[in-house]
Design a protein around this ligand. Structure first.
Ligand code: ZN
Length: 171
């Protein structure tokens, strides 16, 4: 049995064709469009290569962006850490994505420190960069309005403003 293939098949079904980081849905069973994601990177945590808690399915773009980036200070050798707080990014199995990131179309707004770190680590702004017409004042205003609407829930205005200015600096 090909273990990698089995992990992918299981992950595609259990995550309902959804990337664990960008939440983009791809209705395909093809293994070309899915990658086995190791939350704690394989390069530093080879011992967790087949630990279900450390495994998820992601799209190739998120997987490539995340690469071997550090997502925890843990020195765990034997057991995969099961506490959400140990991870800098939104953990596919331990965290509730919606508590940390608000996804609106191709935009990702951080609702927490973890959310922001996930957006950075997985390069989630790439989707907006590709498709937004930054010359269009209307579109930029729409982004700002969406961020404003979020301020009530998140109580994290500074961070949202920071993200918007990051987005605008791409102009
Ligand atoms: Zn993705």
């Amino acid at each position: 049995m090909n273990l990698r293939k089995a992990i992918k098949d299981f992950g595609i079904q259990s995550q309902d064709y959804t990337c664990c980081y960008c939440r983009e849905i791809t209705h395909s069973n093809s293994h070309k469009v899915w990658e086995v994601e190791h939350v704690l990177p394989l390069s530093d945590f080879a011992q967790f290569a087949f630990e279900p808690l450390n495994l998820a399915i992601s799209c190739p773009d998120c997987n490539t962006a995340k690469s071997n980036k550090k997502v925890s200070n843990t020195k765990a050798k034997k057991n995969v850490p099961t506490q959400s707080a140990i991870y800098f990014i939104v953990h596919p199995h331990l965290d509730n994505y919606d508590e940390h990131i608000k996804k609106s179309g191709l935009f990702f707004y951080p609702k927490s420190k973890k959310g922001r770190k996930t957006i950075e680590t997985c390069g989630l702004l790439r989707l907006a960069e590709k498709y937004v017409d930054w010359e269009s004042l209307e579109e930029v205003e729409r982004i700002e309005a969406e961020a404003k609407a979020l301020q009530g829930n998140s109580g994290d205005q500074a961070k949202i403003k920071g993200l918007i200015s990051d987005l605008l600096s791409l102009l």
